[in-house]
Design a protein around this ligand. Structure first.
Ligand code: HEM
Length: 490
């Protein structure tokens, strides 16, 4: 009997100690709404518009609030200032250590889902090489131009006789092909079966990633239910397939490797691997995961932004005409628009930035997580908490944008019509040490594609298409496939 009492007593003590520890861990967290057991506040959020749901909650709880999503505790940052302050803090640069991030990083490989020292080393390498390959070489621009030539030819054929065209797939191939060229050193024609198969496997992986999103918020489910319910098995299959394609390319590079000729990203990585004292993370599996991430993290957001951009231009014929007039007066129509024309095309540059802001493809950004308990704005952010930067709230914040709900290139022009590249409140590529390492490449590609496409065509919506386009949820928010009428201008 005494033993039973002792057990009960020590059990109760332990329970209280655990509760105390738990309450201390979440002590001084930002205020926020109360949810229900297990699901937290998830049932009260609009999963198709999390940015909007968070923005509404911020009105009640403030720019920085906390919320339980499923079994995970999260902090949502809703202002430019709080996001900038948080993401400049070295303790807030990690990714959450949960099943999904571990799955994508294949055990701390790649950079997009990785954290810690390995992430730091690999990110530094990737950023500097993307910059060098993107900006430093005329070759990159020549790849983009070849791609634009082929795309224009294709669209000319498809739009003959005023036939509406669904441009999504061809845009996707063109954009991924530029990244393919940067990574592998060669571009492939649109009809190349290997490129198409590779694209299918990358896209399938991205598609499935959104169906398994619930595991982010309730990772315990994967321990209770079969993995197949969340598409994990299929995702493994598609990932394996894309690693298989990449392995073939890496093997070819190894055979043709010469230390004197560094023509692409794979060459640069192989060189780094061969260096004495190279960081152990420079190994072949890391190269495969990294390349695959560059296709996913680079190809998808850029082609989705381009799909939005053409749609917005079709919806705003006056803005389209103004950009066309500027191109006509500076470049004419006997040659393609070059990147070197950028300084002479301030309206087009402003338009491009504005299209990226307005497209708002990552409304709630990409999650970070504190690597240790961290203080922010006087609040405690416990290690492991999810941090959502609400880019949507900032991109539609009237404190930063004169006309937040409109496509308004003038946001990026000064009084004399000159392009101003920096604007507080612009977060499409993130901010701080973890901001997108492909920003320059993406901006270069988007400027070239948009200006050259509108130089050649007028884009219009079909007469039936007058309602706002639906969006599809995923890693990035994309427009549902739509048709455009393309009118050749000369
Ligand atoms: C319009 C196009 C693009 C947009 C809007 C975009 C946006 C972003 C954002 C918001 C992040 C997360 C930043 C953070 O965690 O705080 C990110 C990360 C990343 N992006 Fe981009 N991106 C674009 C294009 C590209 C391109 C072209 C590449 C490469 C070729 C690329 C490679 C990456 C990688 C590797 C990461 C992970 C970085 C890390 O975790 O350290 N992105 N991007």
């Amino acid at each position: 009997m005494l033993f039973a009492y002792l057990c009960l007593f020590s059990g109760t003590l332990l329970g209280f100690a655990h509760l105390y520890k738990y309450s201390q861990k979440f002590r001084k967290m930002p205020p926020g709404p109360v949810g229900v057991p297990i699901l937290g506040y998830l049932p009260f959020l609009d999963v198709n518009d999390l940015g909007g749901s968070f923005k509404r909650l911020a009105k009640k709880y403030g720019d920085v609030f906390s919320i339980r999503v499923g079994t995970e505790m999260a902090v949502v940052l809703n202002s430019y200032e709080s996001i900038k302050a948080a993401f400049s803090n070295p303790k807030l640069l990690a990714r959450p250590d949960t099943f999904m991030f571990r799955f994508f990083s294949q055990g701390e490989n790649g950079i997009a889902s990785a954290s810690g020292e390995k992430w730091e080393v690999q990110r530094k390498f990737t950023h500097s090489n993307l910059k060098a390959l993107g900006f430093g070489q005329n070759k990159m621009e020549s790849f983009i131009k070849e791609e634009i030539h082929e795309l224009i030819e294709l669209l000319e054929i498809k739009s003959q006789g005023g036939q509406p065209v669904e441009i999504g797939y061809d845009i996707n191939v063109s954009i991924v092909n530029v990244i393919w060229a940067m990574i592998t050193g060669e571009r492939k024609p649109h009809h190349d079966q290997k490129l198409r198969d590779f694209l299918t496997s990358v896209n399938k992986g991205i598609e499935l990633a959104s169906t398994s999103g619930i595991l982010l918020f309730m990772p315990f489910l994967v321990k209770i239910f079969p993995e197949s319910l969340f598409g994990i098995g299929k995702m493994r299959k598609w990932m394996k397939q894309s690693y298989g394609y990449l392995q073939e390319v890496v093997d070819e590079h190894k055979i043709n490797y010469s230390p004197d000729s560094q023509k692409d990203f794979i060459d640069a990585f192989l060189t780094e691997m061969k260096k004495d004292g190279a960081h152990p993370s420079f190994n072949e599996f890391q190269l495969l995961v990294l390349c695959s991430e560059l296709f996913g993290a680079g190809g998808e957001p850029t082609s989705v932004t381009l799909k939005w951009a053409l749609r917005f231009l079709a919806e705003n014929p006056k803005i389209q005409a103004q950009a066309q007039a500027e191109i006509e007066s500076v470049v004419g129509h006997d040659r393609l628009v070059d990147l070197a024309d950028r300084p002479n095309l301030p309206y087009c540059q402003a338009l491009m930035q504005e299209l990226i802001r307005f497209a708002d493809i990552h409304p709630i950004g990409v999650m970070h997580s504190p690597s240790e308990d961290t203080e922010l704005n006087g609040f405690n952010l416990p290690k492991g908490t999810f941090i959502f930067p609400n880019f949507h709230a900032v991109h539609r914040d009237p404190r930063h944008w004169e006309k937040p709900e409109q496509l308004y290139p003038e946001h990026w022009l000064d009084a004399s019509g000159q392009f101003v590249p920096h604007h507080d409140g612009f977060l499409s590529f993130g901010v701080g040490k973890r901001k997108c390492p492909g920003q320059e490449v993406a901006q270069m590609e988007l400027f070239s594609f948009v200006t050259n496409l509108i130089q050649k065509f007028n884009f219009r919506l079909t007469p039936e298409d007058c309602s706002p386009v639906e969006t599809s949820m995923g890693c990035v928010v994309a427009p549902k496939p739509y048709d455009l009428v393309l009118e050749a201008r000369y």
